[in-house]
Design a protein around this ligand. Structure first.
Ligand code: ADP
Ligand code: MG
Length: 396
């Protein structure tokens, strides 16, 4: 705009985990379902929502969206990640800060003794019994919802990367939330995690409450939406790209949200100071994105798997499309039963999906390419039977 040499517009794409994209696509139904649930009042099922999806499907970004939507409706938000100390952070940091903030803005002082703002149970409320399980947590959450009630809004708690490692704290939180829901308080809870991590959490008996959440698995975004997510940021940042090139860039993403950003980013950076994006830019950008997706997404996902599961995937990668389970068993030299155990476990990771009778396919086609290019993973015949037991998946 001003200055010399002419300023090159900043690359608008955001190929970074947890960073909201310039144009978010394909999730508007999920977002409006959640908004409806807030507007419908206590008891609306969508007030307990769970998003699952592989690394890079946009879970964190979607949590950010529902948080923003809730704030626009006047709700308060506590956004947390499921790591050790979660409950303590809520009791000693988020909730006291929120209570001070809400209370200072209202005439009515419900809070009677915030004498030790950072101490466990430092705040006491006249209306709330002090001897409940997790007293700090339940008392403070109750107080927040009571303070919010007059405005007809409430509190949204979001929890990212839920994982079995913190199941004790999740249980504590779930128990309290369950009470608040039963009391028809204005509370909403949205959590997100990798499919395998979520199944591990939900298999815990005490967490039946969380199992009742509205569960959505984040799949690929429709290609038409992807076109918007690529074209609009380019044009809004002042450059041009033809509809045909947009379509071919969009197709190359397979609808996978992280690839939308990665492909867009690398296309843009080929010749950032040239107004119109060329076919060569798109070709080179797609190639660069494909090269990086392996180390950014596939490698960490594969590293979380036991060897047998990786070998299973390598066996699948021999096929150009969906694989027949009978072929996989033959390639692995195992019986059908054993192969089907791994089928289930791999489906739980979100890396593969059922594809019609007796068939499975990759959720992300680029994983097939990655495995073919990195065939260092030997197809190991005669697998040990006991390996099926160890299948712990780390959070992303
Ligand atoms: N709906 C979407 N449309 C466009 N880009 C998206 C969308 N969802 C996520 N992204 C992009 O994908 C990447 C991964 O998103 P993130 O929320 O971190 O995924 P996850 O938490 O599932 O691993 C980020 O770069 C983000 O900007
Ligand atoms: Mg995330």
């Amino acid at each position: 705009m001003n200055g010399y040499p002419p300023k090159v517009a900043r690359n608008p794409f955001t190929p970074t985990f947890g960073v909201s994209p310039p144009v978010l696509v394909g999730r508007s139904d999920l977002i409006s379902d959640f908004i409806d649930a807030l507007e419908d009042g206590p008891g609306a099922p969508g007030r307990m929502t769970l998003y699952t999806g592989a690394r890079g499907t946009g879970k964190t970004v979607l949590l950010n969206e529902v948080e923003d939507a809730a704030r626009r409706l006047g709700w308060r938000v506590i956004a947390e990640t499921a790591t050790a100390g979660l409950v303590k952070r809520m009791i000693t940091e988020h909730l006291p800060a929120l209570l001070r903030d809400i209370d200072s803005g209202s005439d009515r002082s419900v809070v009677t003794g915030v004498s030790a703002p950072l101490g466990l149970g430092g705040a006491t409320w006249e209306t709330v019994a002090e001897h409940e399980a997790a007293p700090g947590l339940r008392n403070q959450l109750t107080a927040v919802t009571e303070l919010m009630a007059s405005s007809g809004t409430g509190l949204l708690v979001t929890l990212d990367e839920i994982h079995h490692q913190v199941v004790g704290e999740l249980r504590e939180l779930a128990t309290v939330l369950q009470h608040l829901v039963r009391e028809e308080r204005q509370i909403a809870f949205v959590d997100a995690g990798l499919p395998s991590a979520v199944s591990a959490v939900l298999s815990d008996d005490v967490l039946t409450f969380l199992r009742r959440a509205d569960r959505h698995s984040l799949g690929p975004v429709p290609i038409d939406d992807v076109s918007n997510a690529i074209a609009r940021p380019v044009r809004e940042a002042g450059r041009e790209i033809s509809p045909q090139l947009v379509a071919s860039a969009a197709a190359a993403t397979g609808g996978y949200p992280f690839l939308i950003q990665l492909v867009g980013y690398h296309i843009w950076r080929q010749q950032p100071s040239v107004l119109e994006i060329s076919a060569a830019d798109v070709e080179a950008g797609v190639l660069a994105a494909r090269r990086r997706i392996g180390s950014l997404v596939h490698e960490p996902a594969l590293a979380d798997l036991p060897g047998v599961a990786r070998t299973f995937l390598v066996a699948m990668a021999q096929d150009d499309g969906p694989s027949r389970m009978s072929d996989i068993a033959v390639r692995l030299i195992v019986d059908g039963n054993y192969a089907s155990q791994y089928r289930l476990r791999l489906i739980a990771t979100g890396l593969i999906k059922p594809a019609g009778h007796g068939r499975v396919d990759f959720t992300m086609p680029s994983l097939r390419d990655y495995l073919r290019e990195h065939a260092v993973l030997e197809a190991r015949p005669g697998l040990p039977a006991g390996d099926a037991e160890q299948f712990d998946i780390a959070p992303d």
